[in-house]
Design a binder for this molecule. Structure first.
Ligand SMILES: [Cu+2]
Length: 431
């Protein structure tokens, strides 16, 4: 990877030299990060004011303001992403990370995006959902020539509509999206008082197919992915989303996997306040606890953080809250295997039956670089979840603007489900 990075840096330098020093000097500096934690929202240092978002397990890309234009520099490049402690993936992303950093601008801003390609193949960026000149839409071959390795392209347009957007390549898409190339884009309303919320979270749904013990996703997988992630992190690697009791919370979720995800929040009802196409008029919203997000869609849900606690927030497809599971395991529920176990044990030395594994004191050792199918240590035992799962932590005593993990919820006495002791009553036949 180091060699490849050097090689393409070299090509980039050559390419830059060929277009002259003035162009090289004009490129905004490259800001890069490999950290995996959720960075607290950053107030804009210049330009018009807005209420910044918090990117789940990610960050917002700084810009350079030049003659009233916000200039960003995205670098498409190979990256290493920790999916969760115990597993790393070799992905492609932007500015050190997959997904790339979030872009935040204000409705009406003029934006100039410099996109440098440090990948071993051509790419482009499509600004998903934006109103823009046709030649800036980023479909390689259709709207522009593709960005060859080492080249830098410039996209310019005005952010015309407030809302939640995404960016991703429109060149060798199956490979480049399967490798993690995507990012979020938030255009804030021109009037910062429009639809105010106290916490505004954003993340993308993405998926990978990475064999246990390996690092690079299979890029020809169409549907049978084995890692379901929020911003390229799988539970228990996903940070909690925190809120103070009574605060208004928005969560913007974009789907760049190859299937739909019914996203479900516990203990609260929410409204879909926005889609990829803009804000939903108030009279057209209805209460929900689950909303399905199709491929290529964005949903911005809003709710009042009414009840303190640790509330699950997850995709409701149960196999999407699991990590790297075997797909061809037969169902053995209700099957008496004792005779079979004896016969196999006689043939296979050190054979362990599923029952033996369940009764083991310590969890079985995993192959290198993979995650338990389900896990996550909770205050009452294993949470038995993986993949597209996290926790919304609502606390009465959380300071406004504090995004740190407050730890596990301490339930007041007599408010936790409890074990019943005694003899079961006799079974009666209903009349
Ligand atoms: Cu799902």
């Amino acid at each position: 990877m180091v060699t490849r990075r050097r090689l393409f840096t070299g090509i980039a330098a050559l390419a830059a030299a060929s277009v002259g020093k003035s162009a090289l000097a004009a490129l905004p500096e490259i800001v890069s990060s490999t950290a995996t934690h959720t960075r607290a929202p950053v107030a804009p240092p210049n330009g018009r004011p807005y209420r910044p978002v918090a990117t789940l397990n990610g960050w917002t890309l700084p810009w350079r303001l030049r003659d009233g234009v916000k200039e960003f520099h995205l670098v498409a490049e190979p990256v290493e992403r920790e999916i969760a402690p115990g597993m790393k993936a070799h992905l492609w992303g932007y500015n050190g990370q997959s997904p790339g950093p979030t872009i935040e601008v204000v409705e009406g801003d003029r934006v100039r995006m410099f996109v440098t390609n440090r990948l071993p193949e051509a790419t482009s960026i499509h600004w998903h959902g934006q109103r823009l000149p046709n030649g800036m839409d980023g479909v390689s071959g259709l709207n522009q020539p593709s960005i060859k390795p080492g080249q830098t392209f410039v996209y310019e347009f005005r952010a015309q509509r407030a809302g939640s957007f995404m960016y991703h390549p429109h060149a060798d898409e199956t490979t480049q999206m399967a490798m993690g190339m995507m990012g979020s884009w938030v255009t804030h309303p021109a009037d910062a008082h429009t639809m105010p919320v106290d916490r505004d979270y954003v993340f993308l749904l993405n998926a990978y197919d990475i064999d246990p013990g390996s690092f690079t996703p299979r890029v020809s997988t169409m549907l049978d992915f084995n890692l379901w992630t929020f911003n390229s992190r799988a539970f228990p690697g996903v940070d909690p989303m925190v809120a103070r009791q009574g605060e208004r919370v928005r969560i913007r979720i974009g789907n760049l996997t190859m299937t739909n995800h019914p996203m479900h929040l516990h203990g609260h009802e929410f409204e879909v306040a926005g889609t990829g196409g803009g804000w939903v008029p108030e009279g057209a919203r209805w209460p929900e606890v689950t909303t399905d997000i199709a491929v290529g869609q964005v949903r911005a849900i809003e709710f009042t953080a009414a009840a303190p606690g640790d509330w699950a927030f997850h995709c409701h497809k149960s196999h999407h809250t699991m990590n790297a599971m075997g797909h061809r395991v037969p169902t053995m529920l209700g099957v008496d295997q004792s005779d079979l176990e004896r016969k196999i044990a006689a043939l296979v030395p050190n054979y362990m039956s599923p029952r033996d594994m369940q009764n083991m004191d310590a969890p079985m050792a995993l192959p290198d670089n993979t995650l338990p199918m389900m896990g996550g240590a909770g205050p009452y035992g294993s949470i038995e979840m993986g993949g597209m799962f996290t926790v919304v932590k609502i606390r009465a005593d959380l300071a406004p603007g504090d995004y740190r993990d407050p730890g596990w919820y301490r339930a007041p006495p007599n408010t936790v489900a409890y074990l019943w002791h005694g003899e079961p009553p006799p079974i009666q036949v209903p009349p």
